[in-house]
Design a protein around this ligand. Sequence first.
Ligand code: N2P
Length: 353
Amino acid sequence: MKRFAGIVSLLAVVTLCLFALAGCGGDKKSARQLKVYNWGDYIDPDVLKDFEQETGIHVVYDTFATNEDMYVKIKSGGSDYDLAIPSDYMIARMIRDGLLEKIDTGNLKNYKLIGDSYKDLDFDPKNEFSVPYMWGTVGIIYNKKMVDEPVDSWGILWNKKYAKQIFMLDSPRDSIGITLKYLGHSLNTGVDSELGEARDKLIEQKPLVLAYVVDEVKDKMIAGEGALAVVWSGDAVFMMEKNEDLAYALPKEGTNYWFDSMVILKGAKNKKEAEEFIDFMTRPDIAKRNVEYIGYASPIPEVVKRLPQETQEDIASYPSMDMLRQSGAEVFNDLTENLPKYDKVWTEVKVAQ
Ligand code: N2P
């Protein structure tokens, strides 16, 4: 009998739980949520969990590999994201297209912690639409065991010695951009002959390229599957931590340096939640955890100060802005009417045999 009573009360408990769960499900409308669209491998996953736990906001999280992929998805509508993290030139384009909401930085307790060098930048001159997340450069990661000459020029990516040992970034602005720099042109050029030269150079390089990749490059270079790869700085830092044969170089012809910032998308249903997320990501302890996990550079001086001295001085992590500008490094511009020319170059490169 005792056993029977036990079973009955167990059943009662189970039923109650089921009702409670159903209640939660039915209550979905009032539960707070946030839809985030970020680059792959661009956050410490535990930070996301902690945000949900601290705020009770459920995060729906999706990733993209390039600015262009992100843009197409958002522009086509129906994706419903509240927040995204594009780069400079893409932010300018999204502002121009009316795809972004203004952000009330007055609601952000931690906004004041962002360094002045990361504010008032050309792509958002009054800081109305974006809050800096990370910044960095484009460079070459190489395996010292496979490359026994100095890596100081983009030209090495055209050296036949490294045929089928080179990874290029499957990202139009980056791959066309570094080729333009190698040829001595601006990576924002609209001059047809210069873009034609870049196209020819990239087509000439194709037989040497093992693959055009984005996030997959990390596993491949760590495993020693390539000698040279064009990568973003934070990914280089991540790889160098895992394989000590790897090193990062910023070629002498200059490169691209970039800023990725958090934006709120036009018509976002969860604007308040998006602001809470931005403020959370800007909190120094949280920003530091992200930096340590993904390898990229923080625009928050308070965070940088807390990193080991050698990281603060490492050109892969924190090259000085002066050094970059002197080397002719440039930020990508919104290409406006010249954009179709770049799209055409990239398509021609991709289809070439
Ligand atoms: C990380 C993406 C880095 C962003 N996978 C480069 N702007």
